[in-house]
Design a binder for this molecule. Structure first.
Ligand code: 6PG
Length: 231
């Protein structure tokens, strides 16, 4: 379970190249929400590629209407899907507006019906508190080993709305696990989750992912990397 920290001049562009490569190969991609990946999705749309055979999933979603500014689907639609020139991918939206428990159960059914059994690329973000997807510090969701998707009644960081999240075993099972992290505000979380002394710790959810993965790649800028010793 190697963790590869890659300090990039433009992490979003590097991430976009990986997204386009997997999409053009007809792979299944799990996309991250939040704000950081918006630039990567815009860059991916600008790079083109053939998304017509790809399938897009979501690592988590806020339990709001898909037209709500807080919706991860809305962010992906605006920054990627609406900007694609060619065919659209299959989009597996989390129906967060149904509420956490019902939406998680419905997504679980879709995930279990999906083929192939694993994702080509899982893209994740990192919160300043070390959360990833909607796996928040010290929550029971971190202990889930059977369910693929869970409802989260209380978010540990804004927006404080209920969520749906994929679980660690599923997120860690992808062929490529990519964290995209930028900014000084994430430096502490990067160090705690992926630094030389990091170990799985429920107060830092992202630190619990590497044991489920064969390899984790962290694409980050110098500011986000300032908390870990240089190469
Ligand atoms: C979400 C995201 C979440 C995000 C981190 C970082 O729904 O909020 O999936 O896990 O990746 O909170 O968010 P920023 O990129 O906005 O800092």
């Amino acid at each position: 379970m190697a963790v590869d920290l890659q300090i990039c001049e433009d992490p979003a562009r590097t991430c976009a190249e990986l997204l386009v490569e997997v999409a053009s190969g007809g792979g299944h991609l799990v996309l991250a929400g939040g704000s950081t990946p918006r630039a990567a999705y815009e860059a991916a749309a600008a790079q083109g590629g053939d998304w017509g055979r790809a399938t897009v999933w979501f690592g988590d979603e806020r339990c709001v209407d898909p037209a709500d500014e807080r919706s991860n689907f809305k962010m992906v639609k605006e920054s990627l899907l609406d900007r694609l020139d060619g065919e659209q991918p299959v989009v597996k939206r989390i129906s967060g507006e149904r509420g956490p428990a019902e939406a998680a159960a419905a997504y679980e059914d879709e995930l279990r019906a999906a083929v192939p059994p694993e994702f080509g690329l899982v893209l994740l973000g990192l919160g300043p508190d070390g959360h990833t997807a909607s796996l928040f510090p010290d929550q029971a969701s971190l202990l889930e080993r059977d369910r693929l998707a869970l409802g989260v009644e209380e978010a540990g960081l804004e927006p404080f709305v209920p969520r749906v999240t994929l679980t660690l075993p599923l997120l860690g099972g992808g062929q490529q696990i990519i964290f995209l992290v930028s900014g000084q505000s994430k430096a502490g979380a990067v160090s705690a989750a992926f630094g030389p002394d990091a170990k799985p710790d429920p107060t830092v959810p992202a630190s619990m992912l590497p044991p489920f993965a064969s390899e984790v790649t962290v694409l980050l800028d110098k500011a986000a990397a300032s908390g870990v010793p240089g190469p």
